[in-house]
Ligand binder design. Sequence first.
Ligand code: AMP
Ligand code: MG
Length: 351
Amino acid sequence: MITAGEMIKNGGLVAFPTETVYGLGADAFNPQAVERIYTAKGRPGDNPLILHVASPAVFFELAQNPPPYAAKLIEAFWPGALTLVVKKNANLPHWLGGHPSRQTDTIAIRMPANPVAQAIIASSGCVIAAPSANKAGTPSPTTANHVKDDFVSGEVDMIVDGGSVALGLESTVIDATSAEPAILRPGAVTGEMINATLGIDIFTVATAFSATNRDKASTSHGNDSAPCAPPRSPGMKYRHYAPKAPMTIIVGASENIAAYIKKECKTSDWQSVGILASSDFLYDFATGEKAKVLALGGTPKAAAQNLFAHLRTFDKLGVSEIYAEAIHGTGLGVAIMDRMLKAAEGRIIYV
Ligand code: AMP
Ligand code: MG
């Protein structure tokens, strides 16, 4: 039987667990294999991929003069959920890291901590290009079954089942192309952790709201003429993580959130209302009304692990509207709220 590593070495597509979410991996230097990732996912060609490496040494071979803070971040957080976007070495294929028909000057690189991911990278002998193993726009997969739900046979050559992932949110993406780092996508390596390591006050590029504004602009004018500055991370401009039903995030006291849902929900059939509760109060309210309620979890860690799976469950339950109770936006909460805001396409209400 062929192993996952051999499959990738031979140009195949393998879905595998990482500590963040499941990835859909291919040999990053094989243009046909990389093109298949884009086709299978339905991923826009201008959204580049993260390159997964076996060691920091491979990062330093691929990156061109990375800034000194990159080495400090690698020392502190690798292997782990931190991706560094760097200028790429001139000797590399002009398309590496992106769609093979396009030119890229920068590449995003990460060394995952999950032992299954590490074993696959090592046994393939490849740098593995791997975005999340879901169809573009849907919630990222946190179990092998989520991957199976999204792809028909033939689109992916092998799915390696490593159980539920440890973190549940994609990696933190750092722009390391200039003297000052910036967070392009918040993740489990938080701004606070980076600040403590580098002794700085890192800037977070406003992902969720800018993505929403741009989506609206691009619907009416087309992407190229959208009147916004281009996003610093191409993935920021796309609809993401979205459940099928429209979702609204509500910020405020749980009692007020319950009252708002009761007043604003579009149907009198509570069975078709999905509620993502982070407080016991809202959970009990939703249970009492016989809505479809899922508990996000008592801690930010649990909420991160549950979020995408719950959004997929709402799809399966066939709810027609979803209301989500906001969580506190510090630490890991920044990343959770970022994904929730994208899933809600920016719909947020303060009560
Ligand atoms: P995914 O693999 O689906 O988690 O998405 C990878 C994320 O990394 C997307 O948001 C990409 O836009 C971002 N990314 C990958 N390569 C680059 C790059 N060279 N510059 C900026 N962002 C990047
Ligand atoms: Mg993705």
